[in-house]
Design a protein around this ligand. Sequence first.
Ligand SMILES: [Ca+2]
Length: 175
Amino acid sequence: MKEIVLFQLILLGIAGASVINRGVVGTDITASFNVSSIDVLKGVLSMQEHKKTFDIIKTLYTWNDAVVYCKERHGNLASIRSEEEHDQIVKMMNYTGLSSIMYIGGTSARSGRGYYWISDGESLTYQNWSPGQPSGNQECIVYEKLTSGWKWNNLFCNTVRPFACEYYPVSNFLE
Ligand SMILES: [Ca+2]
């Protein structure tokens, strides 16, 4: 059976969030949102094998603090392990109007064996590096927006940036 990608976006505004815009963006993104206070974008990716949810948090955190933020919510800093997951998060980044750079959960910190995902220590399988990356001794992976699209770069971890968390909904375990 062909993989089905259902893409549902719900945007959570801050206080007093009245929905002032609602509509369909493209062919597979439906969203309702408060245009004046976009902070968190929820997306649900449903595939044959698993369901995985990403949140994009536009509040700026260091990479380490972003790991903690996601963990405190019983998630992880996002891992991107397939073209489908890449495509989904690109749609979300574009939809949020994210302009340049966002942390994901890949790092080489304390590794000695190259890059891995902080959620489970697995090495990168799917990869989407910008040309010439990874470079130098920078240890944390970001998405950066190039004219050719969103690609990965390794940058220093202590700069505050937007980031994405991932969650596996409880319904995964009840089905
Ligand atoms: Ca780099």
